[in-house]
Design a protein around this ligand. Sequence first.
Ligand SMILES: Cc1cc2nc3c(=O)[nH]c(=O)nc-3n(C[C@H](O)[C@H](O)[C@H](O)COP(=O)(O)O)c2cc1C
Length: 334
Amino acid sequence: MSKHAPRLPWFGPGKFPLYLAPMARHTDVAFRQLCKEQGADVMVTEFVQSEALIRDNAKAWEMVDFTETQRPMGVQIFGATPASMAKAARLVCDRMKPDFLDLNFGCPAHKVIEQNAGSGLLRCPPLLYDLVKAVKDSIPDVPLTAKMRIGWDYSTIVAVEVAGRLEELGVEAIAVHGRTKEQGYSGAAHWGWIAQVAAAVKIPVIGNGDIKDGVSALLRQSETGVSGLMIGRAALGNPWIFRQIKAALAGSADELPVIGTTQRWDCMLRLAELTIDVHASRLGSRDVRWMLDRLHPLTHGLPGSRKLRDQLRHCLTLDDLRRLRDAHLSASIA
Ligand SMILES: Cc1cc2nc3c(=O)[nH]c(=O)nc-3n(C[C@H](O)[C@H](O)[C@H](O)COP(=O)(O)O)c2cc1C
């Protein structure tokens, strides 16, 4: 059962929100739009560096952009300096008016942890707490949430201790990715630790890691006491996953339409069109080549998908993509 959070009304008895996980270079306005249409309840922008926002870097501000239809929306920031984080948080809340501000304590990338930011802060909880205090003081009017890993490595699992302190400091919900920093994205997410965090705090805990379908979602919901789930990589190749999970949780998965070749192509083209609408003016190009990494996951499961991914590389424009779709569909149906 979902815990109550007065300023985050998507939690509460009878509610079980599905979050789209923030994923840098993937979950921009365009991809989020697709997921929203497929039932994602809550979304968070990919992480943005606090200093870049303070410098008024145009790209950073573009990354925190969202549309009204995507609410409830959180903006996620990262950094290691309490004063900068507090200042960036205030700027974001004044300019973007997000439904909540989210702090990143999970990123394992070298360039982030070498600044002591992201999951680097899990090595140094006192700094992490100072940072939370500073941000909390700067945005008392906006709910504050956090996303964290369970610890730096297996010998220093700090999730329960850090989550308890975050709750005391006024953080209103915590997403826990059940891996250590050392794991990166390998191995399995440790849902036992996520369950321990959920049992230890009164605020909602959103469980994250390796949810790939309705069955895994149902299992985690029933076993762990989390108040919601966050879905990342599985959504990249299957934006329909939010509907599939909702149907599984409601016990009506049998009624779902099958996602076939035509639906996958429709989705790929829609994502390409949305992505061009969002980015073309900044890039000065309607070229589709640079977005191949976001189209590739959607080809998995299509007939001849490996050859198709090669062919995608030769598409320059939306019209090329449409021609490839027509050829591929007629070959698949023939
Ligand atoms: C390409 C990529 C980019 C990511 N970027 C972010 C990010 O900006 N902020 C964040 O908190 N987590 C980020 N993550 C982590 C995801 O939000 C999520 O915690 C992780 O993928 C585990 O969930 P999953 O097993 O459902 O994918 C990223 C993950 C991937 C694969």
